[in-house]
Design a protein around this ligand. Structure first.
Ligand code: UT7
Length: 335
């Protein structure tokens, strides 16, 4: 069997209608636009309203990716939804997305690794295609972290936003798609980024609600240290694994969590800032959706195009990290 690669042939995104600028949060908690911009790079974020939800955002982003590629939902072989915030604990949101897309009988599953979910899903989809199992795999990163936020906790509520991004991967013999990846996990530090209650370990009770245990807790400093420790290393190793050097990377698309963390990863991998894609000022940290949203904007804005080599890197709950080097095939067209 010839070598098969997973080419990105379609992409799409959905971001909620409601925009919340820093100034609005500064009216609710003891923070300021200056502090948020200086410490994170975030200027605004988008938060879902009552008519928006996880499956709807994922479906809209996924449908846009299929339309871009000219692929009918029934031609799909697999749907992977990377998320930590599906509509329900069960059923898996992937099946709701599969149904809403009209992808009858197509297998679908959820992959949960926090903010690294999109890269984990991309690597998984690549394996299915490279093995010759599937031709068309839809990978969606979607998140509504706003549902877990304590809107009176200034240390977390200023950081996150909601949204969805998707790519359609298609089998090709052209050398492109995922050229290399690295995935990692450090569960010993899981407690630094956690929603303690609401799972099977601590089901929701009046007490957990009263004590704020259903909200996201984060030790920001520890997560920051973890990120700066792993990202540059993962990036360098993944570029080398692809048989490339930093000069071969046309665009670096990091997880958009904190501009200072992005700067640090770029510095460690010796990638100049002109090659770094940043849109955190617009959306905040959209977790598993951040890289596919950034990728969509890079493709639509002409920052990336056919034949370009991209490097993705992310860190998040778990704690996990992930990196991938992806080459856009010559079949990728500009919008
Ligand atoms: O996708 C993974 C998700 N997680 C992350 O990406 C988080 C990674 N960590 C970070 O991005 C940073 O650690 C934060 C942005 C969360 C915090 O920035 P920092 O520079 O590490 O600040 P800090 O936690 O060291 O806090 C410095 C000060 C503290 O006050 P004191 O103790 O020095 O008086 C905080 O209470 O800043 C205070 N502070 C704030 N002040 C104004 C914390 N949050 C805010 C805020 N506005 N929103």
């Amino acid at each position: 069997m010839p070598t098969r690669y997973a080419n990105i042939v379609g992409w799409g995104m959905y971001t909620p209608q409601r925009v919340i600028p820093n100034a609005e949060l500064a009216q609710q908690v003891n923070t300021s636009d200056e502090w948020i911009v200086a410490r994170t790079g975030i200027r605004k974020r988008r938060i879902v309203g009552s008519a928006e939800n996880n499956s709807q955002m994922a479906t809209d982003a996924g449908r846009a990716a299929l339309q871009k590629a000219g692929v009918h939902p029934r031609e799909l072989d697999l749907i992977i939804v990377a998320t930590s915030s599906g509509d329900h604990i069960t059923p898996p949101v992937s099946s709701l997305v599969q149904h809403a897309l009209g992808a009858r009988d197509v297998p679908a599953f959820v992959l949960t690794t926090g903010c690294t979910g999109f890269i984990y899903a991309l690597a998984t989809a690549h394996q299915f295609i490279a093995a010759g199992t599937y031709e068309n795999v839809l990978v969606i990163g979607v998140e509504i972290i706003s549902r877990w936020l304590d809107w009176s906790d200034r240390a977390t509520c200023v950081l996150f936003g909601d949204g969805a991004g998707a790519v359609l991967l298609q089998a090709t013999e052209e050398e492109c798609g995922v050229l290399s990846f690295e995935l990692g996990s450090d569960g010993g530090n899981a407690g630094h980024l956690i929603v303690p209650a609401g799972g099977s370990a601590m089901p929701t009770t009046h007490e957990t609600l009263n004590n704020g245990l259903n909200n996201l807790y984060m030790n920001g400093r520890e997560v920051f240290k973890f990120a700066t420790r792993v990202l540059g290393r993962a990036l360098r190793r993944t570029i080398a694994k692809a048989g490339l050097t930093k000069e071969d990377i046309d665009l670096f698309i990091p997880h958009q969590a904190n501009k200072r963390i992005i700067d640090s990863a770029a510095r460690q991998a010796k990638l100049p800032m002109e090659k770094v894609f940043v849109n955190i000022h617009e959306y905040g940290n959209t977790s598993a959706a951040s890289i596919p949203i950034a990728l969509c904007e890079a493709l639509e804005g002409g920052r990336a195009g056919p034949g370009n080599v991209l490097a993705f890197v992310a860190f998040g709950a778990g704690l996990t990290w992930a990196a991938a080097v992806v080459k856009l095939g010559t079949q990728v067209w500009r919008a």
